[in-house]
Design a protein around this ligand. Sequence first.
Ligand code: AMP
Length: 206
Amino acid sequence: MIGPPGAGKGTQAVGLAEALGVPRISTGDILRAAAAAGTAVGRKAKEFMDSGRLVPDDVVVGIVEERLREPDCAGGFLLDGFPRTTPQAEALDAALGRAGRAVRLVLAIEVPDEEVLVRLGGRRICASCGRIWSVSLSPGRCECGGAPVRRDDDRDETVRGRLAVYRSQTAPLLEYYGARGLLRRVAGVGTPLEVRARVGEAVGAA
Ligand code: AMP
């Protein structure tokens, strides 16, 4: 699943992975967990993440290759936020090719920049259960009672940088996968349920 920051990749990927019965692999989640745990990889990654830049390809590719070797990926998997650069896409093709596998489908969730800025300005994550919500819908604590936390990289100027990074480094993948007939574009505007219906259609029609 590919899309600019704030497109709703995480939200949609959770629902889709559940519907497909496959694990969701979010490189952002893996990197944030490594940063929170203070591992060497995590500390290095945090510098890039907090400033809105991409973590170097070799680090992210290593993480994904290792994760794809886990037994729960044998029946398929959903990648959320990976690949984000052409070298990552090439590394993924090579790793899957070595295992006699291939990318089946790429979903691009599309949302205009202005909407991304509004969404991420109001995005909160529950410190306790990890749920994601918007202050515009519910300004207080999470349903579970957990405190709302703002991601370090959701500040306006960082989001603008992440959008620029998306355009220059990730958007070329639309062409990469489009040329292989693997790309489905999904409009990411509207409620999560509306987007979910479009995602379902795109996958069903694949
Ligand atoms: P996300 O949670 O997908 O928005 O990712 C948050 C941040 O983690 C990004 O802004 C990057 O700094 C880093 N990150 C996540 N996935 C990748 C990736 N595939 N390649 C490089 N950096 C990544």
